[in-house]
Design a protein around this ligand. Structure first.
Ligand SMILES: [Zn+2]
Length: 280
């Protein structure tokens, strides 16, 4: 089973996790820029974080045979802090970088006018840079937040929009809008593997994306693999699993033209790669 985790915050995980992920079949990840738990107080704090997502983290992932990409944005929560507003001026030069495969996570947290403004501005940036968009949906009042989110992204080509953190209540409206549907599988909140399988049975496997969204909270980097196993147990084929856990995220983020999966897809031996020796 080859796995692409399209949303995982590896910065907050240990190398043990990289080892376990590789053993489970994870060969590539996307790490979206997000809130760090401790609020940032200045723009420089974001830039150091972006640089870590572009340099240090891909290097660390490569030691364990995993390709690392990222999405960059001013996250919805910190969009409300005027000290962070200047990030929008810095983003254009960061969005040019080679391993940035989307703008994200953008969207709503508390649905404030500031979040509206920052969301719109970043959709425009995605458009200018020819990048797809990863959209976070709020955890409180998810249905209303998702409806409003879909209204905001209406002007974009739906195939370039991934709306994430969906559940049974919100999947239908995202499917109707034609956007990609993302699901975060957690140990005890939001989606679990069996609920995910039920959704796949009802809606099919097209434009469906599953992630662990693992971060510094209670979460599990192997939830993608668990979904694959639950799918097989429920009668889905290996090809269905490959579509959901590999080909779909590759198709979505591949729109950036910046996915680097050559060694992984050719089945080449990563161990012999120069990256392992730290030349990148
Ligand atoms: Zn996230």
């Amino acid at each position: 089973m080859r796995i692409f985790d399209p949303h995982v915050h590896m910065t907050s995980r240990t190398t043990d996790d990289y080892e376990r992920m590789y053993a489970a079949g994870v060969r590539a990840v996307v790490e979206p820029a997000f809130w760090l738990g401790q609020p940032r107080t200045n723009v420089g704090s974001f830039l150091d974080y972006f640089d870590a997502l572009l340099g240090w983290e891909p290097y660390r992932a490569a030691q364990y045979g995993i390709r690392h990409h990222c999405t960059l944005a001013l996250n919805p929560k910190e969009a409300n802090d005027p000290r962070c507003a200047g990030v929008l001026d810095e983003l254009p030069r960061y969005l040019l970088k080679d391993s940035v495969v989307a703008v994200g996570e953008v969207g709503y947290d508390s649905v404030t006018p500031e979040e509206d403004r920052v969301f719109e501005a970043q959709l425009a940036l995605a458009d200018e840079h020819g990048l797809p968009v990863l959209v976070h949906t709020p955890h409180r009042d998810k249905a209303a937040g998702t409806r409003r989110t879909l209204d905001v992204v209406k002007g974009m080509e739906p195939g370039r929009v991934l709306v994430d953190h969906l559940n049974e209540l919100t999947v239908g409206m995202v499917r109707d809008a034609g956007c990609w549907a993302g699901f975060s599988i957690y140990p005890d909140t939001k989606m679990d593997p069996d609920r995910m399988v039920a959704i796949l049975k009802e809606y099919g496997t097209e434009r469906m994306i599953v992630n662990s969204a693992a971060d510094w909270g209670r979460s599990d980097v192997l939830k993608t693999r668990e979904v694959g196993e639950a799918m097989l147990a429920a009668g889905f084929t290996d090809d269905d699993v490959d579509q959901v856990l590999w080909r779909n995220p590759v198709a979505f983020y591949g729109q950036s033209g910046r996915l680097h999966l050559d060694d992984v897809e050719s089945g080449g031996d990563y161990e012999g790669n120069t990256i392992l020796r730290g030349t990148r």
